[in-house]
Design a protein around this ligand. Sequence first.
Ligand code: DX5
Ligand code: ZN
Length: 215
Amino acid sequence: MIKVSPSVLASDFSCLSEEIKKIDNAGGDYIHLDVMDGVFVPNITFGAPVIKSLRKHSTSVFDVHLMIVDPKRYIKDFVDAGADIITFHYESCDNHDEVIDLIHSFGKKASMSIKPNTSAEVLRPFIDKLEMVLIMTVEPGYGGQKFIDKTLDSIKAVREMITETGKDIELEVDGGIYAENVHLPINAGADVIVAGSAFFKSDDPEKTIKALRGL
Ligand code: DX5
Ligand code: ZN
C-alpha cells in the first residue's frame, strides 16, 4: 500500500507535539521533518534539538529531509535526535558514499534526493545502497508550491532503476501533492507521498490520508 508522510512544515510550530499527534491519530505512516539551513535552500526551519524534543511524543518513523550543505557533518546529531530515515540532497555535497555509509553505520535508513532540474541518472551509481529515494516535485525550500509535471519523468526513471536492482527501495515524492493530483506520482511509480499543506489544511485529516494513498 502507498504510504503517506505528512510534513510538519505546514503545521503550527507553536504546538509541534500536538501537531505530530494529529499525524499519528489520522493514520500517517511516517512523520516528515524538513530541515532547512538558509544556505542550500533560502528558508530556515529547525534542527536536531527540535526533532529530539519531538521524539518523546511519537513512536512513528521520523522521516528527516535534510536540505542543508555538508550533511555529513550533522548526520550523528540527527541520529541522536531520533531520525529513522535520513534523506540528503545529491546537490548538497560531493561525498555521497561517505554520507550513505555514515547513516548506515548508525543502523539508519539512507535516502538521496534530487531537485526538479537534476537528472535522475545521477542516482544510478548509488541506488543499490539506498533504502529510499526522494524526488522533489517542487523546488525545495517552501511548502504550498505547485507540483512540477516534468518531475514525473524522473519518478518513472527511478522506478525503473529500482526495479532493475530487484530490491525493495522506497520511492518518495515531495511537494505540491494533494488528493486531486496524487494519481500522477502514484501512476509514475511513487510509493511514499509527502504532504504538508494537503494534510495540515484539511478539515478531515483521516480522509485526506486515505485519499493520498490513492484510495
Ligand atoms: C519543501 C519540503 C516539503 C514541503 C511540502 O521543500 O521539502 O516537504 O513541506 O509541502 P507541500 O505539501 O505544502 O507542497
Ligand atoms: Zn520535504
